[in-house]
Design a protein around this ligand. Structure first.
Ligand code: ADP
Length: 395
């Protein structure tokens, strides 16, 4: 159901929060505003002998949605737990609205929290579940009733207040969990894998709901933990990529996807081909450069980061950027490489082709509009030079 701005819980008023929401600016590619709403400064967390988080820095601007993405065990949940006050930090500092929160218990940090398995109280009605945080804060009864109704309306669950959680589907339970988190009017919303317990159609529906809520609540800062990159790419203004307790990359989804800063980011975000190449020329000012791939020479986008004096690079190419067609722009605009086709399978919308170029594997997702060359034959693969990027190999 549609949500109207006036039915949304408003943010708490706080002089520090008068700056304009930055979501739109971040989406437009502008870097985060100087003043952070939530700030992690060199935060480390240790569980027993192992460090789950190492010198973690992150500044979230007001209204910004940041997704933390990374393999299982990389420290994503630990970041949320540290911010929420459930995991003590070993060193560093976390501030919310400029205030150091290390001395504050979880319930006084003004956070809404949504977890994967809903964590609704089974013996309480939906309305009582949503009212829980308000009652714990001793909100007046009339205000509680009003906010419960507002929060349920926001997530499209008006009319379900009297039901028990077991009378709801998984998707509906997660909506109630979201309403419960929003009822206290948090200015920071933490979500830990909020969609992963749902099946695929419900996940898509809830994702659309979260995107809509993010737009409808420009003052609410969101920190989302997910292992699903599609979720992160769709929802987040910026994505933080974690590996073994360290932040390996942080940028807008588009920038991270199109120009990953390192091999980890490149391989983690979407499928990619990494081909060993040598730099032949350092570009001629048009942003392009020439590389050698075995016996072949190709024009590609010049590296954004130069390796210190070495010439070995990975040429990164997404499978869907490769084509067996010379393309409408003609061969002069495209870079071409000769390869050997090993296998090809059709999946309805495209062909997945396995090939080999100069002894290195190459995967293509070729449009189903053209039948790819037969396995066992030689073929020319083309790509637009600007979609290819180079990463220094010595990392
Ligand atoms: P993620 O959310 O990325 O899957 P976590 O933050 O849950 O990762 O965990 C990071 C690391 O800390 C993992 O190695 C995990 O095994 C460890 N860890 C998490 N919680 C605890 C705990 N309560 N006690 C000991 N080790 C933990």
């Amino acid at each position: 159901m549609p949500v109207h701005a006036q039915t949304l819980p408003g943010p708490r008023t706080d002089p520090d929060r008068r700056e304009a929401p930055v979501s739109a600016r971040v989406r437009a590619g502008v870097k985060t505003a100087a003043r952070a709403h939530v700030c992690f400064e060199a935060v480390s967390v240790r569980y027993g002998n192992s460090r789950a988080l190492v010198d973690f820095d992150l500044r979230l601007a007001t209204g910004e949605a940041v997704a933390l993405l990374g393999p299982s065990g990389s420290g994503k949940t630990t970041i949320l737990r540290a911010l929420a006050g459930f995991a003590p930090i070993e060193s560093g500092r976390i501030t919310i609205r400029g205030q150091d929160v290390s001395g504050l218990p979880p319930q006084r940090r003004g956070l809404g929290i949504v977890v994967q398995n809903y964590a609704l109280f089974p013996h309480m009605s939906v309305a009582d579940n949503v009212a829980f945080g308000l009652r714990a804060r001793r909100a007046p009864r009339s205000e509680t009733a009003h906010r419960v109704a507002d929060s349920l309306a926001m997530v499209g669950m008006s009319g379900y207040g009297e039901r028990r959680p077991h009378e709801l589907s998984g998707g509906q339970q997660q909506r109630v969990a979201l309403a419960r988190a929003l009822a206290i009017r948090p200015d920071v919303l933490l979500m830990d894998e909020p969609l992963s317990a749902l099946d695929a159609p419900l996940r898509r529906e809830m994702l659309a709901e979260l995107i809509r809520l993010h737009r409808a609540m420009p003052e609410v800062t969101m920190l989302l933990v997910t292992h699903d990159q599609a979720e992160a790419l769709a929802l987040a203004d910026r994505i933080g990529l974690l590996d073994a307790g360290k932040l390996r990359a942080l940028d807008t989804p588009r920038q991270l996807y199109e120009q990953p800063p390192n091999r980890f980011a490149d391989e983690f975000l979407g499928q990619t081909n990494l081909l060993r190449v040598e730099l032949l020329a350092h570009g001629n000012g048009d942003g392009m450069t020439r590389v050698r791939l075995g016996r072949q020479s190709l024009v590609v986008r010049a590296p954004s980061r130069r390796g210190d004096g070495y010439r070995g690079y990975w040429l990164c190419l997404r499978p869907h950027h490769l084509s067996f067609d010379p393309g409408p722009s003609g061969a002069r605009q495209a870079s071409e490489m000769r390869c050997f086709v090993r296998a090809s399978e059709w999946n309805g919308s495209h062909y997945r082709v396995t090939a080999e170029v100069e002894g290195q594997p190459l995967f293509l997702e070729a449009s189903a509009a053209t039948v790819p060359p037969e396995p066992g034959t030689e073929a020319v693969v083309s790509f637009v030079p600007r979609v290819a990027w180079l990463l220094p190999r010595e990392e």
